[in-house]
Design a protein around this ligand. Structure first.
Ligand code: SF4
Ligand code: SF4
Length: 201
């Protein structure tokens, strides 16, 4: 589907001679207090096999993959890790009580003494510690997070927040308005926009 959208944008650029659509990432604080409905049991759902047309009925024209029924769709939906939700810890608010670590459904939050990042600032690895005096950070490993929200709800100082990130497209005029209205984080109501470099064409 994304390939189709990309192709449409490139065709529009060639025909109109200008880029009329801009992409940005919208980051919004969620208001659900971590209540996503995602639980550990959902990790154990096996993917439902795609129903297919029997071999003897295939004629080279009919669709081979028939699509899921409602039950199959439901199972696939519950397997989703909801990675559009990102958890962040405000280290100024963290009192290192470790309650968040106590309620994790898997190895997703750790005490670490160092984080190692790549050139783009993404965390590549960490140095875990079980010694409180060495624990510089409480760190959420997004790759392990299943978005259950336990840590958000248990944190006594509201140091952990859940944000929704979304890749959005809009007209060039609206894009300029967003740039002008952009604000830093600070309230739970506003959105923050991260602007992408010119998209490759
Ligand atoms: S529950 Fe909150 S305050 Fe306690 S260690 Fe976790 S982030 Fe820090
Ligand atoms: S929401 Fe918090 S407790 Fe739940 S999996 Fe993610 S980091 Fe762990």
């Amino acid at each position: 589907m994304q390939d189709g959208k990309d192709a449409a944008e490139k065709i529009d650029l060639v025909l109109m001679g200008e880029k009329r659509r801009q992409m940005h990432i919208a980051i919004e604080m969620t208001q659900v207090n971590g209540e996503t409905g995602r639980v550990r049991d959902h990790d154990n759902q096996y993917p439902v096999p795609m129903p297919r047309l029997p071999l003897e009925e295939r004629d080279g024209i009919k669709e081979v993959e028939l699509g899921h029924d409602l039950e199959g769709i439901d199972v696939h939906a519950t397997r989703c890790y909801w990675c559009q939700f990102k958890l962040e810890i405000d280290h100024d608010l963290c009192i290192h009580c470790n309650w968040c670590i106590a309620v994790t459904p898997r190895d997703c939050i750790n005490q670490v003494s160092r984080l190692f990042t790549d050139d783009d600032g993404f965390v590549e690895s960490s140095l875990e510690t079980s010694i409180a005096a060495e624990a510089t950070y409480i760190w959420i490993d997004s790759k392990e997070c299943i978005r259950c929200g336990n840590c958000v709800r248990i944190c006594p100082t509201s140091a952990i927040t859940m944000r929704k990130t979304e890749l959005c497209g809009c007209s060039t005029d609206d894009y300029k308005k967003l740039e002008e209205s952009n604000q830093p984080y600070g309230s739970v109501l506003h959105k923050k926009y991260q602007f992408l470099d010119e998209q490759p064409v």
